[in-house]
Every structure is written in structure tokens, then in C-alpha cells.
Write a protein that binds this ligand. Sequence first.
Ligand code: ADP
Ligand code: ASP
Ligand code: MG
Length: 423
Amino acid sequence: MSRIVMKFGGTSVADLERIRHVAALVAAEVRAGHQVAVVVSAMSGETNRLVALVDALDADRHDGDTAKGGKISDEYDSIVSSGEQVTSGLLAIALRRRGIPARSWLGWQIPLRTDSAHSKARIAEIESSAIGPSLDAGNVAVVAGFQGVSESASGQRRISTLGRGGSDTSAVALAVALKADRCDIYTDVDGIYTTDPRIVPEARRLDRISYEEMLEMASLGAKVLQVRSVELAMNYRMPVRVLTSMADAHTPNPGTLVTDEDESMEEQVVSGVAYSRDEAQITLLALKDQPGMVAKVSRCMSDADIIVDMIVQGISRSDNTANLTFTVGARDHDAAITALEAVKEDIGFNAIKSDTNVAKISIIGIGMRSHTGVAQTMFEALADKGINVEVIATSEIKISVLIDEEYTELAVRALHSAFGLGG
Ligand code: ADP
Ligand code: ASP
Ligand code: MG
């Protein structure tokens, strides 16, 4: 008998009809003799609705507010985690109505312990001492995804959440903790595609993808799996399958297996194209060209808890100054500008220029390690479409470029076809 974790995202539990359908998929695995833990997201749109409620109150913030600048994230977590509580209870009922013994589990009941970085908490530990025996006794565990419990130094326990898309991470982490044989992520597409099928209809489903490539794809914008879930799967060698929840239990549903790489995967030079519109470009003009300047800028950003992604420096020959361009998440744009303005004198630059209408387009493939000419194909394909490249970043298995956001779809399509990724 094997143990499996099945995860269902928002569209898969969007209404009672879909929840009944999920119960049927779970029932089929139980009848096949598996022990099953299910992880569910909130009904589609629900988390956005809850976040909007919090944002609306945040807009009332006044000068004396103790939550300086940021969200009151412990309360944010207790609000936005509630969507998953509802779906876990509903699915447990739907299962029982089919005669399958099931119960819902909230993060604190397992418990799934996290650190105290509310709204983007990291899992510290998942206890299996209660849920494991419950599975052994033949019950289906329906776990509310996205949520856990944090404990402060003074012993206060609060609900925490794992960041948007975090149910994927709940599922993989639970699969690891329960020593499951695999983790099946059911969603609204039938697998991982060569690029987002919503943008490129010719995109092709991959039968398999390596952990490393999937990690890059997710980090570079493909929101099909949360980055942290792929990290965990890779670290613990947990096989993850991405498949559709829209089919019935009898239709073949191979999906995409995220797994260790093998030689056949290297034959494909580029496996996928990813894009992210959540980028902001910042340029510091006429920065003194002296040792330590870039270090000062990056210290300023890390002090403000802002992650710097792509960086490029251009030196002006005439006056010993440099322009430093880098990117941060679009969400962090305003905070970055405020932090930089505050140290303008100290660091010594003339002005700040910034732009949030930029997008990062990336090609990913482990085959890049052993093939040449990949960058050239990429740049030529973009040039053919008249797309200007602002910043470039590379690693062993990816090349990313920053472009005008307006050309996002054009660039993704051009690269998808330049690397022959279509069906
Ligand atoms: P869920 O609600 O099930 O967690 P998500 O919306 O988080 O689903 O993720 C699924 C979506 O990810 C798909 O509908 C698709 O538009 C998008 N996506 C982006 N890149 C890819 C890709 N390379 N392959 C498959 N889906 C992708
Ligand atoms: N419901 C949460 C979100 O929308 C978590 C998830 O769906 O994975 O981000
Ligand atoms: Mg998701």
C-alpha cells in the first residue's frame, strides 16, 4: 500500500460541483488502496477577496500607526488563511457523503510549525504523530493548505501563511513529513508546459522536467508551482506530478513528472520560456566610480529587506562616474526609492530613474550547459521583432532579459518558436 498526497488549487475547488468532483478523484485513489492526505486551497478568487479587505483597511493608516509602513501581518494571516478552512471542511463533508471516512485538519491542529515571518512564513517542522496514525486507521486527511502556526519567543501562537501560492508548498512538505510515495498537484492545466499556455496556445505539455529546471521556471515567473515547493521537492527527492483536476478518474491523466534529471533531458537545449511582469527597474545616475559603491547600494536594499535581482553597471569614460541599473520586485519599488533617497548623499549619486513597465523574459534548459549559441539565438529572435534588451542575467541553465512590458507576449512567443518548443 502506498501513501500519496493530492493537492487541489483554487479553480479545482471553485464551487460545490468541483468539490464533489474532487471527492470523486480522491475516492478513486482510496479505492485503489492508497492512504491519502489531501491539501486544498481556498475557492478560486477567495484569497484575493480577503486580501482586498485587508488592503482596504490598510488604506486608513494614519501617522500614529504602530505597523510602520507595512502590513499588520499577523492579523493579515489570520484573515487570509480562512478560505482554506472552508474548503477543507467542505471536502471532508463531500468525502463522508460518499462513504469515505475523512476529517479536516487546520495548520495548527497538525501542527505545521512555521517561523514568525507572517504573510511569507517558512515551514520549520510538520508533526506527523497525529495525522500519520489517522491515515493508518483508514481516514482521509483533508488539510487546509497555505497555513501553519508560528510561535513567538514569548510563546504566543498565531496562525501564519506561506505566501501566495503556498498550498503547493504545504502539499510537498506534508508529503515529505508523511514519507509519501509521491505528491500529485492537481490544477487547471494538464501539466507543466513549455511556457504559459494562456499566452502561447502552441505551448506543449512536458512529460517530465528536472527539479532544477522547474525551480528556475518557478523562480522566473511560472506561477504553476510555488518556488519553495520545488526547492523542497528537490532537496528531499520527492516526486511531484502536476496534472489536471478537470478530467474524471477513468481518463488517462499523465501530467508532468518533476523529477531527477537524466541524459535524455539534456538533448533538449531549452525546455521552457518564463516571464514575469512583477519587475521594477531602478537606475542610479552618475554614481561615483569607486570601489565599494555597489556594495553600499546592495547594503541599502538588504537593510530595507528588498531583494535585488539583475544588476548592470555602465561606466562613463568622460567623468569617472557610472550608472548602476538593477531590478527589484514591482511590489518593492516604492520602498526601494524611499530607501535610496535617504542615502543619496552618503552613497553619492545624482539622480534616480525608475520604471515599473518592464518585464523579465527567461529561457531555461539544462541542455544549455553543453550547447553553444543559445544566447545568440535568443538575442536574434528578440531583435527580429524589434524588441530592445535593457538588462541581461545568466546562469548555467537560464538566460533572462529585461524588456519593455508592452512586448511581453510578443517576446515569449518569439522565443518559444525560435527554440522550436511548439507542438
Ligand atoms: P492553482 O490554483 O491550481 O494553484 P495556479 O493558477 O496557481 O493554479 O497555476 C496554474 C496556472 O499556471 C495555469 O493556469 C497557467 O496559466 C499558469 N502557468 C504559467 N506557466 C505555466 C507553465 N509553464 N505550464 C503550465 N502552467 C503555467
Ligand atoms: N489560496 C492561497 C493563494 O491564493 C494559496 C494557494 O492557492 O496556494 O495564494
Ligand atoms: Mg497555485
